[in-house]
Design a protein. Sequence first.
Length: 146
Amino acid sequence: MKRSILATILSIATFATVLLPYSEADATRWQSRREGWLAGRAMKAEGYRLTDATTGFLGYRRSTFVKVYMFKGVETGIFVAGCQDAKRIGIDIYDPKGLHVTSDNRPTHRPYQHIKPGMTGWYWVRINMVESTPNGAHYSVVLGNK
C-alpha cells in the first residue's frame, strides 16, 4: 500500500514537472500564431494576397533574419505579431546587396512595414525582440503582396 501511494505521488510529480512548463510555452506560441492569423485577416481586408507566414522564438534583446523574395514594383506587406511576453518588436529590411532599405521606427507589440522594392531578389527582414520578458517571446511573421 505504501509503495503504491509513493509511486502515485512520484508519477504525479514527474508529470507536473515535465508537462506544466511546456503548456505555458505552448500557450504563448499559440497566442502569437493567433495574432498572426488576425493580422493576415486584416491584410486580406486591405487587399493583400498572403504569400507566406512563419513563427519562431526569440530571447530577450535577440534578433533573427527571415529571407523574403520580393518583386520590383510589387508592394509587399510585412507584419510581425508577438505573444503577450513580447512588449516591443522591431523590423529592419535589407536589400539583396545587404543595404538597409527601411525599418519600423516605432517598435511595438505588432510592427508592420509596407515596401515597394526597387529591384527583384531575396530581401532580408531582421526581427528584433527589443523588449520582452527575460525568457524571451514567440513571434509570427505574415507576408503579403498587393
